[in-house]
Write a protein that binds this ligand. Sequence first.
Ligand code: CO8
Length: 257
Amino acid sequence: MPVELERRGPVAIATLNRPEVLNALSLEMLDELDTLLDTIERDPTLRVVVITGAGEKAFSAGADIRHMREASALEARAYAQRGHQTTSRIESFPKPVLAAVNGYALGGGCELALACDIRLASETARFGLPEVNLGILPGWGGTQRLARTTSSGFAKELIFTGRMCPADEALRHGLVNHVHAHAELLDRAVALGEEIATKPAWSISAAKEVVNLALDGDLRGHLARELDAFALAFTTDDQREGMAAFFEKRPPKFAGH
Ligand code: CO8
């Protein structure tokens, strides 16, 4: 399965499972994740969700660039919208969702982690929004949620440079709550989930909803602006060049249009 579900007492572990492409998020994976969330939502014995990645290298290296390479602006917008659907669902899911970031969390992978309530990272984790290197910009909520979670200056630096930030730097900027030894990460995430699961379910759910309001602003309106800007990037020559360069494993040559 592209996403595996494991139960550990009250904690559901959803593992993104395409390690051969660093758990790049295909449409099938997003659909499967939604199906698992349906199961978890209906099961009162499951109280907390932990999302992690299969393999040693990645949480997720982002949206699947193969789906985007030849996309028109409208197709790109629809794909971005599909990602928004899942990230917004995680953000408003009635149970807490923790991200156990066990390696690369890039592009859509970073944006998925940002939609979670709490992020824990292993020492090997690397965060980034490298979309500018592909001639596009973040399209699954990263423009909004990275700035809200850290600071607008840090978000702009990561978005403008596309560089990866290591776990200790992510910790300093509040992008993650804790950094653990790689081998301990999942157990530590489950332990935090178990602790939260001892608290009253309704209070936790209500608290999540209300804490989310603290940062709300006009998130829906701003996400819609992000979708339009993301789609427009697919009308540029630089998008074709950026994605071609990725698959040809060479640096891109951007012309600025
Ligand atoms: N999509 C598709 N395939 C990928 C992706 C990806 N995001 N990331 C890695 N892969 C594949 C590689 O093509 C490679 O496949 P193959 O073995 O067939 O060549 C395999 O995974 C292993 O990757 P590498 O050989 O590149 O592994 P390295 O250890 O050398 O490098 C990196 C690891 C640095 C993580 C590198 O793989 C990388 O830079 N990946 C791309 C990261 C990236 O740019 N992510 C952002 C994608 S865009 C995005 O997420 C936008 C979100 C909004 C989307 C809206 C939808 C339209």
